[in-house]
Ligand binder design. Structure first.
Ligand code: TRP
Length: 334
């Protein structure tokens, strides 16, 4: 069985962008792969080092979101990154194999630094060693558990590419030790926002969270961008440029033809169409939110799941690190 390693930074709740961008895939794939999902608290600290409370709380929120979305602890080990010291050790060894200029060229970190001017300065001159290097630690996350497949959103591709480069270099120097992992992208690796923005994201404030209640969802959906050429309720419009239709397509597979035809014929008002979407979205989120509620009410169960997942991941990392230390000739007392 091949192994999946993937995860998220605990910095807030998960939204539909996460869900359709990769979580849905992880849920589907967990039955056919040995699956490990990490809560990347160490990575979250690289840009939240001054806010440990936020990271701590988000670890719990993320665990709840995973379980709610259908990550099944019988099939998936959910684990906490900071409890695997072997990953920190491997990060140090990997850091010799990566140049600083290569890290500066990573488009995802570059983009993130641009978004965090308060933290890293207007042109990123205040970037920390830890943040610049987090893709190296991510490479260690994946390889310390012998990961084959990494289901992620589009923004993570540069990190997987970086991981593959490190693996090739490591194997060339120390002998065949790791396999090159592969990214696995969903059909919709990047989910647009209801505001028409190219990406749904927390920082753009256009996210619909898995845990949003009906009132919040309705409010967000009512403000969605539709075909701007449509002025009056019964003007014909183009659903292909409308964010409401885009979301109808994402969350349902019934009635789409009708919606499309009515919209094109001017027989569907945007307000009614939005109300219908909000309702469909709640319908879609209902089982997720019910499951979340169950786990919110059973925190001891969640803790047990995290403990067991973390122990399993650590055991595996220890085995891999024995091999690493041997190949690197660091096995003095073996
Ligand atoms: N970089 C990922 C994110 O921002 C989190 C992450 C950390 C990760 N380590 C990983 C993803 C290993 C996949 C594999 O959410």
């Amino acid at each position: 069985m091949k192994t999946i390693i993937t995860g998220d930074r605990p910095t807030g709740r998960l939204h539909l962008g996460h869900y359709f961008g990769s979580l849905e895939n992880r849920v589907k794939m967990q039955y056919d792969y040995d699956t490990y999902i990490l809560i990347a608290d160490v990575q979250a600290l690289t840009d939240n080092f001054d806010n440990p409370k936020k990271v701590n709380e988000s670890v719990h929120e993320l665990a709840l979101d995973y379980l709610a979305a259908g990550i099944d602890p019988k099939h998936t080990h959910i684990y906490i990154q900071s409890y695997i010291p072997e990953v920190a050790e491997l990060t140090v060894y990997f850091s010799n194999l990566v140049t600083v200029s290569r890290l500066y060229r990573n488009p995802t970190t570059k983009h993130e630094v641009g978004q965090k001017q308060e933290l890293f300065g207007e042109s990123g001159e205040g970037i920390t060693y830890g943040f610049l290097g987090y893709p190296v630690s991510q490479a260690a996350d994946i390889t310390a558990l012998d990961g084959d497949v990494v289901p992620v959103g589009e923004d993570q591709i540069p990190h997987i590419e970086q991981t593959r480069e490190i693996v090739r270099k490591f194997n060339a120097i120390y002998g065949e030790t790791f396999k090159e992992p592969e990214a696995y992208l969903s059909e919709n690796p990047r989910i647009k926002g209801l505001d028409g923005n190219d990406k749904m994201s927390k920082s753009l404030e256009n996210a619909i969270y898995l845990a949003d209640d009906e009132e919040t969802i309705t409010k967000k959906v009512m403000s969605a961008v539709t075909d701007t050429n449509k002025i009056k309720k019964d003007d014909p419009a183009n659903p292909e440029v409308c964010m409401v239709y885009y979301y109808h397509k994402l969350i349902r597979n019934d009635n789409l033809d009708t919606i499309c035809k009515e919209c094109k014929a001017g027989a569907r008002g945007c307000v009614a169409c939005k109300k219908e979407l909000a309702k469909a979205m709640m319908e879609f989120l209902k089982p997720i939110q019910e499951k979340r509620k169950y786990y919110e009410e059973h925190p001891e169960e969640v803790e047990q799941i995290l403990k067991e997942g973390t122990m399993a991941a650590r055991k595996r990392a220890q085995e891999v690190m024995r091999r690493v230390r041997q190949n690197m000739k660091l096995d003095y007392f073996e």
